[in-house]
Write a protein that binds this ligand. Sequence first.
Ligand code: PMP
Length: 444
Amino acid sequence: MISISTTKKAHVKGSLPGPESRRIIDIGRNYEAQVQSLQAPIVWKSAKGCIVTDVDGNTYLDWTSGVLVTNVGHCHPKLVKSIQQAAETLLNCYEFPTEARIDLAKRMVEILPRHLHRAFFLTTGSEAVEAAIRVAKKYTGKYEIVSFFGGFHGRTGDARSAGGIKRIKEGYGPSAPGFIHAPYPYCYRCPFKSEPNTCGFMCLDFLDTTVKSLSTGSLAGVIVEPYQGTAGFIFPPDGYLKELEKWTQKMGMVFILDEVQSSFGRTGKFFSLEWEGLTPDLVCVGKGIGSGIPISAVMATDEVLKNLSDGDLGSTFAGNPFACSAALAVIDIMQSEDLVNNANKIGKIIKSCLLEIMNKSSHLGDVRGRGMVMGMEFVKEKKTKEPAPELVNELILRCAQNGLIIGKVGIYGNVVRVAPPLIMTEDEAYESLEIMSKCIMELE
Ligand code: PMP
């Protein structure tokens, strides 16, 4: 690995958690409903760009973007300024149009492919998913929704029912009626034991058989992630999503693309749908659109919206002027700083170094992804592919101790999330890769 990092930005003194972090975590243990256990024991104090500072004064490079949110970097000065101005102007306004909301709808329609004519703003990704499913049902007058094993669309009603991860569903009783699940192309662990180059998308044939066998004749829509984030950054083979879209159209269903985490430059295109020229009827957007301020969106064709009645999509904070101003600033920053290109450039450096590390490691079984979003899947042995979640737990701690914040995802909890802010520089990328490489080699 070529190292060009000059001035190091990550500094951690002593062992983690530092005294102040420990003090705050201990108080939290007594009062918080749930202790966050998936991450390193660090209490964040502030963050700027790609650097996080904890309450003990330690600094870390961030490979999480706070769960793929701060695409323009933490506390980007232009975003902060626009938030300050918006806060002094208008914080809330229910149902009345505001200039910020209308401007944002126009900008969103302009940056998306032409067939998506309209935008509606909400607060969270789950809400956007719920709204998109409601639209599909109202438009078709039907109720069945096809979704995928490993899918994650949120923890609320229909979003949870559409999901396909055991730990999100277990213990909460049955899913809503009408959800039909089929396998997603998780090629590293193909359920059909096939290879992506030769399988001819066997999983699509299986999907067709499943849906035709299980449907009661009320097929409304398909909801799919362009890559499955929570399941472990599982990227479908090229061409799969286009074929799925064609199948959806052939079946007369609404095609909902859940871009809550894949949009706003994350994959090296503004929207992930651009990679294969997809033409979904509905697109759910979240996370990166506000880059830290809660806002989400549903983008839709005129056609699918035609059966909606007034107020069908409403919510207290829907189209909140403060959040809309933030999203407008995010779009400006993304465009003026050409962050989509930076995501591609830095993402390529990161991926090629991670592939080098994979060749040297006996536990890093797969590195996959594009742009600035990748997954590193860890296994006990490459031959058996037995998941190694404990190793990932240890890696999270070691990386933090050396100044790199990573997160863990995956159906088996054995995948490291690689999702730095899109503004990451080459120096920051190499510095973080050095830390990652050192920590993985220590675990060999
Ligand atoms: N869809 C996808 C693809 C997501 O990754 C997430 C969040 N991880 C959601 C929906 C739900 O978003 P939120 O947590 O903002 O409700």
